[in-house]
Design a protein around this ligand. Sequence first.
Ligand SMILES: [Zn+2]
Length: 257
Amino acid sequence: MREQAAGEGDVDRRATGRFRGPLAGLLVALVAAGGCFVGGVSDPQGGEPAPPEPTAAPGTAATRADGTTSVEEFAQDVADAQAVAERYWAAQFRASGEGFRPIRRIISYQRAGEVSCGGQALPRNNAVYCSQGDFIAYDVAWSVAAFRQVGDAFVFYLLGHEYAHGIQVRLGIRYDFTIQQELQADCMAGAYLGDSVRSGTLTLGEGDLEEFRDGLAAVGDDPDQPWFAEGSHGTAEQRTDSFFRGYERSLAACDLG
Ligand SMILES: [Zn+2]
């Protein structure tokens, strides 16, 4: 997937491309373990995150032999996904006559408890948006593993999903069940990506659509998990449906009100 940098021509990053081998059940379990949440809006004195670190954490900065899935490329994808999301949402807010404040920070972490949200330590193997402090935080080792396993499109999806939680907060959207919040975030992530492709901001590489499907399949809830349970995100099928509804039909499909 390539971002067309505004005013700078093509940044000329080649899509890293293809699905890389069978998705381990690992990914599924890891995502389900933490889930991403909109942390403690009702607790205003909640924790500040640790100072931001470089996206490519030193401990994981080994490049792979094939040169296509390096931590540097991962970091570039995160930065690109952030830039595309900021541009996209700024335009949406502007079109509604409203000012837009980008999400304040995107933070990587390596250890459980290194970053906390509202006094709650963030676990390993997760990515979250924290409304207190208005930041996205992700376990860099887990995210790089998913990037290597699924492909670069997963990074754009993941960032887009967490970013969407920040937009929900800005819009004052708060559902009773986490599954509603999560499926809407998937739809909004789909809209940000689909619209960015249609506008030429993003160029899909071969296999990127397949990577979205692979990634969504990997982050679905266990079929036995009740939909109404706290932390439910939706089954793989529900998440895939929501994402592609947004991807194909834009934000009108996402019930933003
Ligand atoms: Zn989420």
